[in-house]
Design a protein around this ligand. Structure first.
Ligand SMILES: [Zn+2]
Length: 413
């Protein structure tokens, strides 16, 4: 907890409050925190997602947004089987006496696939941390940056900023939020969903849901035509993401998405692969959309359903599944049976003949202290240390044999 509160503070102080522009440095700070090892992939209902929720709540409080929960809380709990998960919501009042009775809503989910053993759609091996930098630390950081921008530059309409949990479990957080009666659904002019906006490639951006209000094309097409981005526009109101929950509640909802990629739901969806400059471009376009629609006093909802996804989404997904099954067949094994915890390590009960451990010179009775400098203090730590290992990977093993500490090198098989 100590280390974590330091991280919370440093991320918050990286930005001057009331920053006027969406900035790469801020996106990096938010995504850096949300993808840190401590959060273990932010699985809904688990500690990592709670920490993400607290971080977002602290940001909303710092920006002076109004809480929607009880006792000044920005976090709104909902039941997730035996766990509790939290959506995070903050309100920013508008400046126009009439238009401020209605809301422009901006959201994205903050949960992800965790350690890969749960129900959140992880595609890596169990015990690998799925950091979810693009999915969806990118959208979460976008919500935070837009909240910061609009806190300094309020619009005529009031605004709702929100991050959802349990999106990866089937849009559960956003569904709960729109059905709970907590949100002023009837007074939401439109919703913008940011899910996976961190991988802009060749400036290609998908925007879905443009048929969910009669006026959207008339209002926005000139902005889209003038955009420097290569836009794929889609009218359909549904998607495998949270805009769907708002659409089903009769609220016009748009979906901003930079498409799937090789790291989708994989442990390799990491912060260093984010196109930060690209994400700023996406958010700048969202700002233009919001500025234009802020002048509207009403939008006419249209029940324009269907899965709105990029044209090449299915072929990309097929390719992705092929790569994943290839990787699954490459899972590397060390070949030891672990016994009890002994001091700072794990006793090795036996070493399988001909295994990677055997060839590295490990013996039954050794105490395994570390793999690649990660302490193997218990069986969970050992599983995590080996989780991402593929056949042919070289690992460095520290063992205690009698009184002697030894360094061994094994090649996983
Ligand atoms: Zn996802």
């Amino acid at each position: 907890m100590m280390i974590l509160s330091t991280i919370l503070l440093s991320a918050a102080t990286l930005q001057e409050p009331q920053q006027a522009e969406v900035r790469v440095a801020d996106l990096k700070a938010h995504i850096g925190f949300l993808t840190s090892e401590e959060l273990e992939g932010r699985e809904a209902g688990k500690r990592g997602a709670h920490l993400a929720g607290s971080y977002i709540e602290n940001q909303f409080r710092r920006l002076g947004l109004e809480p929607l929960g009880e006792n000044g809380s920005y976090r709104l709990p909902f039941a997730l089987r035996r766990d509790t998960a939290y959506n995070v919501v903050g309100i920013l009042p508008g400046t126009d006496p009439e238009l401020s009775k209605q809301y422009i809503a901006v959201g994205g989910h903050h949960d992800h696939a965790g350690l890969g053993s749960g129900m959140s759609g992880a595609m890596g091996f169990p015990y690998e941390i799925h950091n979810g930098a693009d999915d969806n630390a990118s959208g979460t950081s976008g919500v935070l940056e837009l909240a910061e921008y609009y806190a300094a530059h309020p619009r005529k309409h009031s605004m709702i900023f929100m991050t959802f949990s349990a999106e990866e479990r089937g849009l559960l957080g956003s569904k709960h939020l729109v059905q709970s009666g907590i949100l002023p659904n009837d007074d939401i002019l439109f919703m913008v969903n940011l899910d996976m906006i961190g991988r802009l490639t060749n400036d290609k951006l998908f925007i879905g849901g443009l048929g969910t209000a009669k006026e959207l094309h008339d209002c926005l097409d000139s902005i889209f035509e003038a955009s420097e981005l290569d836009l794929e526009l889609d009218d359909r109101g549904e998607a495998p993401s949270d805009n769907t929950s708002f659409f089903h509640a009769g609220i016009p909802a748009m979906f901003f998405f930079t498409n799937i990629h090789d790291d989708y739901h994989m442990p390799s969806d990491d912060a260093e692969r984010i196109n930060y400059v690209g994400e700023v471009k996406v958010l700048n376009l969202v700002q233009k959309v919001i500025a234009k629609l802020d002048d509207e006093s009403s939008l006419t909802f249209r029940d324009h359903g269907g899965m709105g996804m990029p044209a090449d989404f299915n072929s990309r997904m097929m390719e992705h599944y092929r790569n994943i099954s290839k990787r699954k067949s490459m899972k590397g094994k060390l070949g030891v049976t672990a016994g009890d915890v002994v001091g700072n390590g794990l006793e090795i009960k036996s070493v399988r003949e001909g295994s990677a451990a055997d060839e590295a010179g490990m013996q039954g009775g050794d105490v395994l202290l570390a793999i690649d400098e990660r302490n193997t203090v218990d069986i969970m730590a050992l599983r995590r240390a080996l989780a991402g290992g593929l056949k042919g990977n070289e690992i460095h093993i520290k063992v205690l044999r009698g009184e002697t500490t030894m360094q061994l090198t094994a090649v996983l098989k």
